[in-house]
Design a protein around this ligand. Structure first.
Ligand code: C2G
Length: 159
């Protein structure tokens, strides 16, 4: 039984995430996914607060047939402990982490594999495209309460 571990926020779950999970599972028999807590995503990864809260993202990951176990990712330091605790053979990450000291130290404890990312899709691209769609429909905001219209304006200007 080869055990594989990967980490991520997996927000607005998309084809890129699914392909990463599918290829990670193909490297073993049992796939564990460390899902970032909302706090870890915001504080540690300096990402915006995930659209879907931690609980929802875990539920969605558990529904993916390649995934056998979902655990919490709440710190950078937990990874060696996770590898030992779950008897992990291989840690898999997308190539955007290639060579990162956040993962390279794991080579002392298990195999480390970086997989090419799926081009043309990302959570931030989905957000941008949705915003562009909304902004592209002039007067689209007119029906919205003042506050929301103002928020859309802010979002539009900050995109
Ligand atoms: N991914 C991919 N192709 C894409 C988008 C994402 O292969 N088009 C991969 C990423 O490289 C990552 C995984 O899908 O391995 C999850 O992506 P994110 O949710 O963006 O995760 P990330 O912010 O990279 O978090 O401790 C590490 C972090 O939790 C990793």
């Amino acid at each position: 039984m080869r055990r594989v571990l990967t980490y991520g926020t997996f927000d607005l779950l998309h084809w890129g995430h699914i392909r990463l999970l599918m290829r990670a599972k193909a490297l073993g028999d049992y796939l564990i996914v460390g899902a970032s807590t909302d706090e870890f995503a915001v504080e540690q990864k300096r990402a915006r607060r995930p659209y879907h809260r931690f609980g929802t993202r875990c539920d969605m990951l558990e529904a993916v047939r390649y995934v056998d176990l979902v655990i919490e990712e709440s710190s950078w330091e937990q990874k060696v402990r996770d590898v030992q605790r779950y008897h992990v053979d291989t840690v898999v990450m997308g190539a955007n982490w290639q060579g990162s000291p956040r993962f390279e130290h794991l080579r002392e404890h298990c195999e480390l594999v970086y997989l090419p990312r799926t081009p043309g899709i990302s959570t931030s691209k989905i957000r941008r495209d949705m915003l562009a769609d909304a902004a592209a429909a002039p007067g689209r905001f007119s029906g919205l309460p003042g506050v929301m219209a103002a928020q859309f304006d802010i979002l539009e200007r900050s995109a």
